[in-house]
Design a protein around this ligand. Structure first.
Ligand code: AMP
Ligand code: MG
Length: 336
């Protein structure tokens, strides 16, 4: 039997367990996603849901994979970055499994895992990556032993910004797919703040202005919600595309990877594909099952690190809620 890794994702809304072998073949992936009834993600509520459900998710992943927990050879978990109370649940479950089973444990940076699963699933080598999700907005590429950050949001993550606007417009979480649908019904662009500072992005002014449009006396007279959704998307996605294109011109990478939950958006895919073609780069979107937060990407990145430098000591498995991907070396990759 091939060596198996059990990967645990627990940085935010999703508690997920993936089981895969050391060659990257996936045996199971089970997700449990916290859905707020109102407002955003309250860490204490998310933590409670994960605490209540983790054993069910682990057991289901084992039963779908048709294996016993005794067949697992390695435990990987999301160690950084994320919500502290929520990261702790995954770290705790991982430490418990590793110690009970007497097998190695590896902590993984969640943002690096989004890139590594893309490299595996899209069969690409060395992409420039645009990672856009509820909690992150990062343009990065491998250079000088690390995944360097070329651009990032200075305030709101893109997914969170769209979800907040959708909530203000009376739409239920998650708002991203609903805003995409409404935007398809309009071609009327209302000018909104476009803020790119150097290589970084700021979405808070855009969010505030779009929100104001909803309560203006012109709303449903001169323009409607479809026009507002369209304008919000066009502005935010053009900002993301501008920064991605500049990073592409600078790094001269030959592949572009779009990942994270917002990668599902067809308009964003279209824009990033366009600039990729302009620069003769291959464009790939991570398959949606693996684009959002998932335990398989954590497991796969854990396998890569374990193969390169072994497991972590228990004392090294402390969670790091603020750790950036560019603080960590990636010994499994070499300079091209
Ligand atoms: P993640 O944080 O990676 O799990 O992704 C969740 C985020 O992706 C949420 O903010 C969703 O609103 C967003 N999202 C999902 N589908 C779409 C879509 N079609 N367009 C825009 N955002 C989306
Ligand atoms: Mg994520």
């Amino acid at each position: 039997m091939k060596k198996l890794c059990l990967g645990i994702e627990s940085t935010a809304h999703t508690f997920s367990v993936g089981i895969l072998d050391f060659d990257g073949e996936v045996y199971s992936l089970i997700n449990d996603i916290f859905m707020p009834e109102e407002g955003g993600l309250h860490p204490a509520l998310v933590r409670e849901q994960h605490l209540n459900n983790f054993m069910k998710i682990v057991n289901r992943a084992l039963s779908v994979a048709k294996i016993s927990v005794k067949n697992i050879n390695l435990i990987a978990f999301s160690q950084s970055p994320g919500l502290g109370p929520v990261l702790k649940i995954g770290a705790w479950v991982a430490r418990m499994l590793s110690q009970v089973l007497v097998i190695p444990i590896v902590g993984v940076n969640h943002c690096i895992a989004h890139i590594e699963i893309g490299r595996l699933k899209c069969s690409i080598e060395d992409p420039l990556t645009l990672y856009v999700s509820g909690g992150n907005t990062i343009v990065s590429a491998f250079e000088s032993e690390r995944y360097q950050i070329f651009g990032e949001t200075l305030d709101l993550p893109i997914g969170n910004m769209i979800d907040s606007f959708a909530r203000d417009a009376g739409l239920q979480h998650p708002g991203g797919p609903k805003i995409e649908k409404l935007a398809l019904e309009s071609k009327k662009y209302i000018p909104l703040p476009y803020l790119v500072k150097g290589m970084d992005l700021s979405f808070s002014g855009l969010y505030t202005s779009a929100k104001k449009l909803l309560v203006s006396t012109d709303f449903n007279k001169k323009y409607n919600l479809n026009d507002t959704a369209y304008s919000l998307q066009e502005t935010a996605f053009a900002m993301l595309t501008e920064v991605t294109e500049r990073a592409l011109a600078h790094t001269e990478k030959k592949e572009v990877l779009l990942t994270g939950g917002v990668a599902a958006n067809k308009r964003l895919q279209q824009m990033v594909e366009y600039i990729s073609k302009e620069h003769n780069a291959r464009f790939e979107v991570v398959p949606l099952k693996y684009a959002g937060d998932n335990g398989v990407m954590i497991g796969w990145t854990g396998i890569l690190r374990y193969k390169a430098e072994g497991g972590h000591e228990i004392a090294e498995t402390i969670i790091k809620p603020k750790e950036r991907m560019d603080q960590i070396t990636v010994p499994w990759r070499s300079e091209n």
